[in-house]
Design a protein around this ligand. Structure first.
Ligand code: MN
Length: 717
């Protein structure tokens, strides 16, 4: 286990300005917090965060990242809270640790392999700060290095799969090749030990048979560079068992045919030397067709640059060659971490957060997601990462990806249509929240359902996903039909009774044909929707009623409708019953943009109230009269009367001020009444013509700002 002074010395060696005090405090804090906790290996738990910090020193990270590494499990596994960390280490570190904790809590269910890409995106989206991701990768690397101590085979397998599918690709994406290869190989050893062992055995065999082939090729390449006067640093290595295995699978070749198990790197001073070296190599050895790639002129999306080629090299062995400059090498090995900038040391971490190096990192993350091939890399310079997506979780940990702005209702429909139809509430991260709440990345959403619930037309106003919208509309259409049926039936009953006849299904059955309706339900719906008059049905059953009495006591809704009923008062409202008169309630003065309901009064049509109108209480026991309605649009130019009550200071000119403010804001006073006059203030009521709720609230805001106004409120019923 790395000791405190060793850690500090390692960091000081690359960052003389590192905050030694903060690192020491974090070390002690984590040691105390984890106390006597033990790892599966039997080591003190605290050895883990130190190892994670140690891994990160390899990438020359800043003090905040080291401190975060030391503290990364304290929120999750000890009594320490966000507030504790914030108090002791500042907001920056507390947020970083919190970020790592959130990633730790995600449970990747690998049965859903197709979701792996979503998870990777999600992790990137959650790691708004690249340092969170670096700590998480180092954390995973150390956990993989100690995987053998986990007792349950199924836990080991799960962790290994997660590593292979999520974390290794992530390390590759941010360009840290070293971590990527080690993660892959450790996971490979767990997931497919037989395959790995056979690769390792073959490697051993080839090594013994060929003597020290790598060294012999190295010296020949060195000689070649010297002859041509190129200063080069050449490295040779065997590829990792996993990458050899992968190649065997991809190209469907056996080990015998797979001779290019060695890779060499020629590191030179500048780009010019890269291409010269390439020329010399190609001039000396036969090339393997299809292996040449120029990632110098066209870098990979993660910023990787190198020339790649394959040749039949010294001793006629197939070898893979990478040619790059020192700088390119640094990026290839350390990825984004290579871009850490310490030139501005001395400044506190928080101040550096928005420094150019972070902007660069953020942009890189953006590009990483959007560019799928090198050509795209150059085209994308400024894209916002996952701007159009939000990721939320079911209580079981399944990941649901939704459009930005999605609500629990969208979430419910995404999980299952049935759950969407029946949802009555939602717990977001354990707290009951309104169904219209916009979800945020990483929210855990639990939908509360009820058998009695049905989709509400009001949901349509806030859902953003196509599936939710389609389901809700479909339901509303069906529900409308049900309403028409019920309404038509009651209209028919009344008309039958008023004409002195008995209403029965049998009577209706007899006239279905003459109205071209297949069933009684259809006929009722036609009557309810106003396409067929109730009186006409009665007269069809009892033809003698025709022309009989004309004193017209029989008043059905359809007879009574105004010509412009649905578009009454020039504004259209969704959910009305065609053919039914509509008017706005005088008690609450609904405005476009208000949440509204309709109350059906037989013979009078529908009265629109605001959803919070006091008067609605009296209809509580008559649910059949309630109609779910909504504004078609809230931007009408039509004037609507709104009522406000105010307390105004009793000073000369106060009323003049009010009318000026209202006129200036495009309102028109239609009625004004003083309710109670006192010495200093008086209460009053004003009716104003406005376009919609937004318009009214603009006027209220302007009035509130006026000196004359003490209080102002919209009148409700
Ligand atoms: Mn950990």
């Amino acid at each position: 286990m790395m000791r405190q002074f060793e850690l500090v010395e390692t960091i000081k060696a690359y960052d003389p300005n590192a905050d030694e005090d903060a690192i020491n405090r974090a070390y002690v804090f984590a040691m105390r917090a984890h106390g006597a906790q033990k790892r599966a290996s039997g080591d003190p738990y605290f050895s883990h965060p130190i190892e994670v910090a140690g891994i990160l020193t390899r990438y020359k990270v800043d003090t905040a990242t080291i401190v975060t590494a030391l503290l990364h499990d304290t929120i999750e596994d000890t009594d320490a809270t966000f507030a504790d960390l914030e108090k002791m280490f500042g907001n920056d570190v507390a947020r970083l640790v919190d970020g790592v904790t959130k990633l730790t809590r995600i449970n990747f269910d690998s049965d859903q392999a197709k979701q792996a890409e979503n998870f990777r995106k999600f992790l990137l989206a959650m790691s708004e700060d690249i340092r969170v991701l670096l700590v998480k990768l180092a954390d995973r690397l150390h956990n993989m290095r100690t995987l053998q101590y986990i007792k349950k085979p199924e836990s080991r397998a799960r962790i290994a799969r997660e590593t292979m599918e999520i974390y290794a690709p992530l390390a590759e994406r941010i360009g840290i090749d070293e971590i990527k290869s080690e993660l892959e190989d450790l996971a490979f050893a767990e997931l497919n030990p037989d395959a790995r062992n056979s690769v390792v055995r073959r490697l051993d065999f080839l090594r013994n048979q060929g003597g020290n082939l790598v060294n012999r090729i190295l010296s020949e390449l060195n000689h070649l560079m010297l002859e041509n006067d190129i200063k080069a640093d050449i490295q040779g290595r065997e590829k990792s068992p996993y990458s050899i295995w992968q190649k065997m699978q991809q190209h469907d070749v056996g080990f015998e045919q797979l001779s290019d198990i060695m890779a060499f790197r020629i590191i030179v001073d500048d780009i010019d030397s890269c291409y010269r070296t390439l020329g010399i190599v190609h001039g000396t050895y036969r090339t393997v067709p299809g292996r040449f790639k120029d990632y110098v002129s066209t870098p990979k999306p993660n910023g990787y640059r190198s020339l790649h080629t394959g040749v039949f090299g010294p001793e006629n062995q197939r070898i893979e060659l990478q040619i790059r400059t020192r700088e390119m090498h640094e990026v290839a090995e350390n990825g984004v971490a290579a871009h850490w900038n310490y030139k501005d040391g001395g400044q506190p971490d928080a101040a550096r957060k928005d420094g150019p190096q972070y902007r660069w990192l953020r942009e890189l993350l953006e590009i990483l997601d959007h560019a799928s091939d090198p050509e795209e890399f150059l085209e994308h310079t400024k894209l916002e990462m996952f701007k159009d997506q939000v990721f939320a979780f079911t209580p079981r940990g399944d990941l649901i990806s939704l459009p930005t702005g999605a609500t629990p209702v969208d979430f419910a429909y995404a999980v299952h249509s049935e759950i969407g139809d029946r949802c009555v509430g939602a717990k977001i991260n354990g707290r009951m929240m309104p169904l219209r709440t916009a979800l945020r990345n990483g929210d855990q959403v639990q939908i509360v359902t009820s058998k009695a619930q049905t989709p509400s037309p009001t949901w349509e106003r806030f859902v953003v996903s196509g599936k939710a919208r389609a389901r809700i509309r479909r339901y509303i259409r069906m529900q409308e039909r049900d309403q028409y049926m019920a309404l038509g039936r009651s209209m028919l009953k009344r008309t039958f009774t008023e004409s002195g006849n008995k209403f029965s299904d049998k009577a209706l059955n007899a006239v279905l044909k003459s109205f071209s309706q297949p069933t009684i339900e259809d006929l009722c719906a036609q009557v309810g929707a106003g396409h067929v008059g109730a009186r006409a049905v009665v007269e069809a059953v009892y033809p003698r009623l025709k022309n009989a009495d004309n004193n017209d006591k029989v008043v059905s809704i359809t007879d009574n409708r105004a010509g412009n009923s649905k578009r009454g008062e020039g504004v259209s409202i969704k959910g009305l019953i065609p053919g039914m008169a509509m008017h706005f309630a005088g008690c609450c003065h609904p405005l476009p943009g208000d949440r509204i309901v309709g109350i059906v009064t037989t013979g009078r049509g529908v009265t629109i109230h605001t959803i919070d109108c006091e008067k609605l209480k009296q209809f509580q026991d008559e649910p059949e009269r309630w109609l779910d309605v909504a504004w078609e649009n809230t931007d009408s130019q039509q004037a609507h009367v709104a009522r406000v009550t105010l307390t105004v200071s009793n000073t000369p000119g106060a009323l003049g001020d009010l009318s000026t403010v209202i006129a200036k804001n495009g309102g028109n006073i239609t009625n004004l009444k003083i309710l109670d006059r006192q010495i200093d203030f008086f209460d009053m009521l004003i009716d104003i013509e406005v376009k919609n709720v937004k318009h009214l609230s603009d006027i209220i805001a302007a009035l509130r700002a006026s000196e004359a106004v003490n209080t102002i409120e919209r009148a409700r019923g």
